[in-house]
Design a protein around this ligand. Structure first.
Ligand code: HSE
Length: 291
């Protein structure tokens, strides 16, 4: 039997829509695998009641099939589904790393990224690698048609997760089909600033680089209380705030000492609009780990 812990992730980071992603130190999914004649799946943990155990409908079932690695797979969810924290990607990433090892398939971590992304497509409909890449590789990842580029990074973040849901379908529907050249130029500048910030472990640059006027405002309008939570986080010391993935999670970047006040300001701000929430005081961290 093998056990792998794969972290939650935050995709997009504002200016890097469908391109940027980071691994978070917490929360994480734990996946245990054991060789079997046929794949079977059990799911426990946060939001497990919403996750199908039928291998044809579960992201890890598709990963097992892609690796020709039938197994009893036990998923302990630490990452809530529909949170904007790459919940299905964490399970897919953990399963890919675990089954590759269990069956000695010999794929590199980089080669496992598209395999896990295909698995994720079973539930999300589209194979985005911007969550599975950081969950497998850790740090900050850049996914393009040419492949994945990764750099280790250590940036303090707070992710605040309201007890509300945003459908990924809606979150993609509101993405504008076009943007002005001016908005694109601004976004490229912010994306470049963010990338430099990641390589320097600089929360000021990363915070500035989250800015995006193309996708984020549309996504934010689907999250009740977003503007209040954003303002509260900035007042409490965040260097930048954006929507995590497709939402409803909200990501704030800050210095280490500001994590606690930023977390409580975000929870209090959601509270003022009658929404309960939970804040994770975490950081950009490592990828999937084999126990
Ligand atoms: N980058 C994609 C999106 C995947 O924002 O829709 C999010 O999980």
């Amino acid at each position: 039997m093998l056990t792998v812990r794969a972290p939650a992730t935050s995709a997009n980071l504002g200016s890097g829509f469908d391109v940027f992603g980071v691994a978070l130190e917490t929360p994480a999914d734990i996946v245990r695998v054991e060789r079997a004649a046929e794949t079977s799946i059990t799911v426990t943990g946060t939001g497990s009641q919403y996750i199908p155990e039928d291998p044809d409908e579960n992201t890890v079932g598709a990963v097992a099939e892609a690796l020709d690695a039938p197994a009893h797979i036990r998923i302990d969810k630490g990452v809530r589904p529909a949170s904007g924290l790459g919940s299905s990607a964490a399970s897919a990433a953990a399963a890919a790393v675990a089954l590759n090892e269990l069956y000695d398939r010999g794929y590199s971590r980089e080669e496992l990224v598209p395999i896990a992304a295909e698995g994720e497509a079973v539930v999300s409909g589209e194979a985005h690698a911007d969550n599975v890449a950081p969950s497998i590789l850790g740090g900050f990842t850049v996914v393009t048609d040419d492949g994945v580029t990764q750099v280790d990074a250590s940036i303090p973040v707070v992710v605040c997760l309201p007890e509300t849901a945003v459908s990924t379908r809606d979150a993609r529907r509101v993405v504008p089909a076009e943007a002005s050249l001016e908005a694109i130029v601004d976004t490229v500048g912010h994306a470049a600033t963010l990338t430099v910030g990641m390589t320097r472990n600089d929360p000021e640059l990363v915070g500035q680089g989250l800015r995006d006027e193309i996708v984020t405002p549309e996504r934010a309008s689907l999250i009740d209380g977003y503007d209040r939570v954003r303002e509260a986080a900035l007042e409490a010391g965040a260097t930048g705030v954006t929507v995590s993935g497709a939402g409803p999670g909200i990501l704030a970047v800050c210095h280490r000492s500001a994590r606690r006040p930023v977390a409580s300001a975000m929870v209090d701000a959601f509270d003022t609009v009658g929404i309960e929430s939970r804040a994770y005081q975490t950081a950009v961290g490592g990828g999937a780990t084999l126990y």
